[in-house]
Write a protein that binds this ligand. Structure first.
Ligand SMILES: Cc1cc2nc3c(=O)[nH]c(=O)nc-3n(C[C@H](O)[C@H](O)[C@H](O)COP(=O)(O)OP(=O)(O)OC[C@H]3O[C@@H](n4cnc5c(N)ncnc54)[C@H](O)[C@@H]3O)c2cc1C
Length: 391
C-alpha cells in the first residue's frame, strides 16, 4: 500500500491534516487504533463540543516557546473553522463570550470531519494500530493490520495522555524520541486539584458548593467558578489554574472577586451590628462555606465586636485565600497534557520535524496547550491545516 501521507491518529488534528492534504490531491491514509474516530471530540464540551473560541490569541496557549503557535493560528482562524461548520449546516451558539458550542451534539463535528475526509478522497481506518514505523529511502514504512504501508510523509497526530480510556497513548512521544526529538516533561492540565489530610477534612461535606472566584498561581489568574468536590477542587477557575500549578506552587483564591471584601464587611457591620460574622458572610458567599470558614479559620462574633483593623484583616484573607493542594486527579480526568514534543525542533510554519524530513507533528502531541474554552481544538485545526498544506 502506497500513500503520499500516513496520518497516525484520527482525532481533531489528524482529521484536519487529512482534509487539507486530501483536498490538495494527496493520497492520504489515516489510521487510529481506537474503535471510533474523534472520540475526544465526541466527549468534549459535555457532548456539545466547544469547537473553537473566537477570541483566540497566542496568549491563550502554554508552551516553552510562546511564539511557536503564532504562524499556524494566524493562517487558520476560528472563522475558517466556523465557515466549515456553517457549510455543513451545524447549528451553534456562543455560551460564554467567544466559546462556540454545537446546539445539538459533538457527533455533528465528527460527522463533518469524516464527510470532508470522504470528499477529499481520504481513507480512514479505525481499529488500526501502526507498528515498526521506520524511515526508508523514499519516506517511511510501517506495519498495520491492513498490511505494510509505505508513505512519503508521516503525520503524528496521536494527541496527549489524558483519558486513556478514550484511546490516549504515549505512542507519539515515543515516535518523536525514536527520531531524535526531545519531549518536554508531561503533566496533566485542565484538571481538578486534590486536597488531602487536614486540608481535605476542613472542607469535608462541601462537595457540590460552587462560587465565583479568582484563582491565581505563577503569575496567572482566572476569574470563573470554583466547585468543591469529594476529593478537592474543580470548576473552570481551578481547571484553568491547574495548568500553571505544580506541587509546592503558591495557589491563592480570591473568594470575593471584583469586590472590596474589607469594605463589604465594614458595611455589613454598619447595617447589622448584632449579626454574627458568619451570617454577614453568608450574604456574600454560599452559606455552607461561610459557616465552615467561621468554624475553622475566622473568629465568629457579633459584627459590632470587630475593630476596623480586624475586619480589614479578614477581608484581606478572603481576597487571598491560600489553597494547599496535594496534587491533581491526573490523566484520568485531565482535559489536556502539558509539555510534549519540543517545538524548537519543529517548523512553526509547516509542523515538519527539523530532524527528520517529511515527519510532521500536529495537535496536542506538541508542547502547545490551550486554556479552557475551545482553544485546544483551535490549535488542533490550525496545526493540522499548516501540516496539511505542507505534506
Ligand atoms: C473530556 C474532554 C473534553 C474536552 N473538551 C474540549 C472542548 O470542549 N474544547 C476544546 O478545545 N478542547 C477540549 N478538550 C481537549 C481536546 O479534546 C484535545 O486538545 C484535542 O482533541 C487534541 O486533538 P489531537 O488531534 O491532537 O488529539 P486527539 O483528539 O486526542 O486524537 C488523537 C488520536 O490518536 C489516536 N491514537 C493514540 N495513540 C495511537 C496509536 N498508538 N496508534 C493509532 N492511533 C493512536 C487516538 O485514539 C485519538 O483518536 C477536551 C478533552 C477532554 C479529554
Amino acid at each position: 500500500m502506497e500513500y503520499d501521507v500516513l496520518v497516525v491518529g484520527a482525532g481533531a488534528a489528524g482529521l484536519m491534516t487529512a482534509i487539507v492534504a486530501g483536498g490538495r490531491g494527496k493520497r492520504v491514509l489515516v489510521v487510529d487504533h481506537a474503535n471510533r474516530a474523534g472520540k475526544k471530540i465526541l466527549m468534549s464540551g459535555g457532548g456539545r463540543c466547544n469547537f473553537t473560541n473566537t477570541a483566540t490569541t497566542p496568549a491563550n496557549f502554554l508552551s516553552a516557546n510562546p511564539h511557536f503557535c503564532k504562524s499556524a493560528l494566524a493562517r487558520y482562524t476560528p472563522w475558517d473553522f466556523i465557515a466549515m461548520v456553517d457549510k455543513h449546516r451545524i447549528a451553534w451558539h456562543e455560551k460564554s463570550p467567544g466559546q462556540l458550542f454545537c446546539d445539538d451534539s459533538s457527533k455533528q463535528i465528527v460527522r463533518m470531519l469524516l464527510d470532508e475526509c470522504a470528499a477529499a478522497g481520504v481513507r480512514v481506518e479505525i481499529n488500526c494500530a501502526v507498528s515498526r514505523l521506520r524511515a526508508t529511502e523514499t519516506g517511511f514504512g510501517g506495519d498495520t493490520p491492513l498490511g505494510h504501508v509505505r508513505a512519503a510523509s508521516v503525520v503524528v497526530a496521536t494527541g496527549g495522555l489524558s483519558i486513556p480510556s478514550l484511546g490516549a497513548t504515549g505512542f507519539g512521544y515515543e515516535l518523536a524520541k525514536q527520531f531524535g526529538h526531545a519531549v518536554l516533561p508531561l503533566r496533566a492540565g485542565l484538571v481538578p486539584l486534590t486536597l488531602s489530610g487536614k486540608h481535605q477534612e476542613r472542607f469535608d461535606g462541601l462537595a457540590g458548593v460552587a462560587l465565583p472566584v479568582e484563582a491565581a498561581a505563577n503569575d496567572a489568574s482566572f476569574r470563573d467558578a470554583l466547585l468543591f468536590t469529594h476529593r478537592g477542587l474543580s470548576g473552570p477557575a481551578i481547571l484553568q489554574i491547574s495548568s500553571y500549578w505544580e506541587p509546592g506552587t503558591d495557589l491563592r483564591v480570591d473568594l470575593l472577586p471584583g469586590m472590596d471584601a474589607a469594605e463589604a464587611l465594614l458595611e455589613g457591620r454598619a447595617e447589622r451590628p448584632l449579626a454574627e460574622l458568619k451570617t454577614v458572610l453568608a450574604g456574600l458567599l454560599p452559606r455552607r462555606l461561610a459557616e465552615r470558614l467561621c468554624e475553622i479559620w475566622l473568629p465568629n462574633r457579633p459584627m459590632r465586636q470587630y475593630r476596623d483593623a480586624e475586619l480589614r484583616d479578614i477581608g484581606a484573607q478572603l481576597a487571598s485565600w491560600p489553597v494547599v493542594a496535594s496534587g491533581t486527579e491526573g490523566y484520568r480526568t485531565a482535559e489536556v497534557t502539558l509539555g510534549g514534543v519540543d517545538t524548537d525542533e519543529v517548523s512553526s510554519s509547516t509542523m515538519m520535524s527539523k530532524r527528520q524530513p517529511s515527519l510532521y507533528f500536529v495537535g496536542e502531541v506538541l508542547d502547545v496547550t490551550g486554556h479552557l474554552g475551545g482553544y485546544n481544538f483551535q490549535w488542533a485545526w490550525a496545526s493540522g491545516n499548516a501540516a496539511g498544506l505542507a505534506v
